[in-house]
Design a protein around this ligand. Structure first.
Ligand code: PEP
Ligand code: CO
Length: 479
């Protein structure tokens, strides 16, 4: 999934440190520093959003099996991503992170993964070329199988059942059998992650992501889409530039593959813990389920289990930051998650809502800047802008998504900080889940292809529209 350079750095992965034998505190009784070996400390903290597993013995058997499975990613790859995100922190690169709200087991197919990758690659090209900035690419892919929920149950026609918590926990069907949490699903989540990651690695290093294919990614899409046509023109310019370089005798290897990383919300701590391994180079723990893990808005409590778990792993970490966050909350999180102030270790993903971002983001940015804390600031313009359409569909308006992005750029430009990237939910298919965009999708169109298992996602054309707008705003603050 990453460039060959990262594989050269790949390290021997020692087996998981057995947390039952490792004890819950260090010999001194003091918390271990970041990446320390106190691997079970999170178990003493309150953990929100965990499933009510009916069979704890089955859960223990499943996590024991997962603990014996090969890592999905290597520590050296995670470190390389930290370096890339350090460049974002310094204002030298831009992060594009995106994919499904909730991946499904049924969606782990070559066609679906390819469509998402195509979209991500097209967006990345638009941003790299349009904004002339290196783009760090992270998929919300190969592990995004668990969801936090606002309500523990769902009621339909006066029948109340456990809420759907992602394919790693239970089924989306509204039946008692499907909604029963099943630990066996954690194993399927692992295998589907492995399959997806394998496809991503093959697509991105096996020639498909070669920049000379810049037109091919657009082929099934260009005819009926204004965004696709605009992309086609840009691809033509890139083609001419590549021909010019070839004519000059330059054919750099960097253009032949793409460095892509995986990420998901580190929500199910039994799963994440079971996939955590000690890196034999450094003795540091890494969660090998993905390169980048984030903590959600609902589970970022300073004294909670999710923050404690993230503190003990060496992966680069993200935290979702909603409008209720105070400067003190933020400085507390920074102190806990990045006490050594390592650039690239911590990414703050703000999701404030289009109408609030200009009011709530500045005090947070000022507090972090005054503390000189190195963080990457990233905008999630989706989760603060979700609403229910009159016909009952959960949706987002494309104009609100752009509105929050404009607010994000404005605030950072005003304060002299770097607007470091975007975190979005999209799919490669032509779904009808978000309203607006260049096709001006209306609420009445939503029923046509509303396929998400959780939140409404941008379709391919909306995702490309968004990339063009972001490229314009990044390059030209007045745009
Ligand atoms: C998500 O990213 O799907 C999500 C649930 O986000 P948040 O934690 O910001 O609500
Ligand atoms: Co979501």
């Amino acid at each position: 999934m990453t460039a060959t350079a990262s594989f050269k750095r790949q390290v021997d992965q020692s087996p998981r440190l057995d947390h039952t034998a490792a004890g819950r505190s260090s010999p001194s009784g003091q918390p271990e520093p970041t990446g320390g070996t106190d691997r079970a400390s999170w178990r003493d903290r309150p953990a929100g959003q965990q499933p009510d597993w009916p069979d704890r013995d089955q859960l223990a058997a499943v996590t024991a099996e997962l603990a014996g499975m090969p890592p999905l990613v290597f520590a050296g790859e995670c470190d390389l991503l930290t370096e890339r995100l350090a460049a974002v922190t310094r204002g030298e690169a831009f992060l594009l992170q995106g994919g499904d709200c909730a991946e499904t087991f049924a969606g782990a197919t070559a066609a679906s993964v390819r469509a998402k990758l195509q979209t991500l690659l097209q967006m990345a090209v638009v941003l790299t070329y349009g904004a002339s900035v290196p783009v760090v690419k992270i998929g919300r892919m190969a592990g995004q199988f668990a969801k936090p929920r606002s309500r523990a149950t769902e009621v339909r026609d006066r029948i109340e059942l456990p809420a759907y918590r992602g394919d790693a926990v239970n089924g989306l069907d509204f039946s008692a059998a499907a909604r029963q949490p099943d630990p066996g699903r954690l194993l399927r989540a692992y295998h589907c992650s492995a399959v997806t990651l394998n496809l991503c690695r093959a697509f991105t290093t096996g020639g498909y992501a070669d920049l000379h294919q810049v037109h091919a990614w657009n082929q099934d899409f260009v005819a009926d889409s204004p965004a696709g046509q605009r992309y086609e023109r840009l691809a033509g310019e890139i083609d001419r530039a590549l021909s010019f370089m070839r004519a000059c005798g330059a054919d750099p290897q960097e253009l032949r593959s793409v460095e892509l990383y995986s990420s998901h919300e580190a929500l199910l701590l039994d799963y994440e813990d079971a996939l955590t391994r000690i890196d034999s180079r450094t003795g540091r723990a890494y969660d090998t389920s993905a390169h980048f893990l984030w903590i959600g808005e609902r589970t970022r409590a300073a004294d909670g289990a999710h923050v404690e778990f993230a503190r003990t792993i060496g992966n680069p970490i993200g935290v979702k930051i909603g409008p209720g966050t105070t400067p003190a909350d933020l400085l507390g999180l920074i102190g806990t998650l990045n006490p050594d102030r390592e650039p690239g270790r911590l990414t703050l993903i703000t999701r404030m809502g289009a109408d609030r971002i200009r009011e709530v983001l500045p005090p947070l940015v000022r507090a972090v800047a005054a503390d000189c804390a190195p963080v990457a600031w990233v905008c999630d313009p989706m989760h603060g802008n979700t609403y229910e359409a009159p016909n009952g569909y959960k949706t987002r308006h494309f104009d609100d998504v752009l509105g929050e992005l404009h607010g994000f750029f404005e605030v950072h430009r005003d304060l002299g900080t770097h607007p470091g990237g975007i975190h979005i939910e999209f799919t490669g298919d032509n779904v009808t889940e978000c309203v607006g965009g260049s096709h001006d999708l209306a609420a009445g169109d939503l029923h046509q292809r509303y396929e998400t298992a959780c939140d409404p996602r941008l379709n391919r054309s909306q995702a490309l529209d968004l990339a063009f707008t972001v490229a314009d705003s990044y390059r030209d603050p007045a745009a």
